[in-house]
Design a binder for this molecule. Structure first.
Ligand code: SF4
Ligand code: SF4
Length: 198
């Protein structure tokens, strides 16, 4: 008999614990429709910035590649010409690639860059089935002109990238077909682009 009461008591205690949590605020969120706020200095995917006149900030100096402890950056510079001036300097990055699988998101590339061209954003969604899809070239790193210039790392109040969200959001609508073709996120973006999102 004692064992029976003991069992019932244990059951009731278990239910009490369950109901106690039932009415509490849930710690889980409905990701991806709801996203948690990052820590202010969160390091996510990179962006290559432009000046206000549209020229690329990157001058192809390779300092970011030298500073990178993960050997994740490849820069191949080329000379600007009067007919084809991409950056204010003598050179620009003809090829710029970051292997985001090698990257440890330390931010040293951002620190090393003399022109505030490469910055880390709060974007973190980059899942894919193909390893090659994680090598981000200029087509995905360079922000489109219409996305604005963003805030250079040194100009951020307390280092907080105040306006990166809007820049990142606009960039997310670019190169979706090519860059995110095989990803779930890419499908969402493609749907949004076609105006089919609910
Ligand atoms: S964040 Fe660090 S590891 Fe990643 S590309 Fe920049 S320097 Fe390399
Ligand atoms: S991103 Fe900055 S450090 Fe890297 S090559 Fe361009 S200008 Fe140089």
């Amino acid at each position: 008999m004692n064992a029976l009461f003991g069992g019932i008591l244990a059951l009731l205690q278990g239910f009490a614990t369950t109901f106690g949590f039932f009415f509490q605020k849930k710690p889980t969120i409905a990701y991806p429709s709801i996203k948690k706020q990052h820590a202010p200095r969160f390091h996510g995917l990179h962006e290559l910035r432009r000046y206000a006149d549209g020229k690329e900030r990157c001058i192809g100096c390779e300092l970011c590649a030298i500073a990178c402890p993960a050997n994740a950056i490849t820069v191949i510079g080329a000379e600007n010409t009067p007919q084809d001036r991409r950056s204010p300097g003598e050179r620009y990055a003809a090829r710029y690639e970051i292997d985001e699988l090698r990257c440890i998101f330390c931010g040293l590339c951002e620190e090393a860059c003399p022109t505030d061209a490469i910055v880390l954003t709060p974007r973190f969604e980059m899942s894919d089935y193909r390893r090659g899809a994680f090598i981000y070239g200029k087509d995905r790193l360079l922000v489109p002109i219409e996305a604005g210039v963003g805030t250079a790392p040194d100009d951020r109040p307390n280092g907080i990238p105040a306006d990166l969200g809007s820049v990142a959001a606009q960039k997310s609508t670019v190169d979706v077909e090519q860059g995110y073709g095989a990803t779930w996120r890419g499908e969402i973006l493609k749907t949004e682009r076609k105006g089919l999102a609910g």
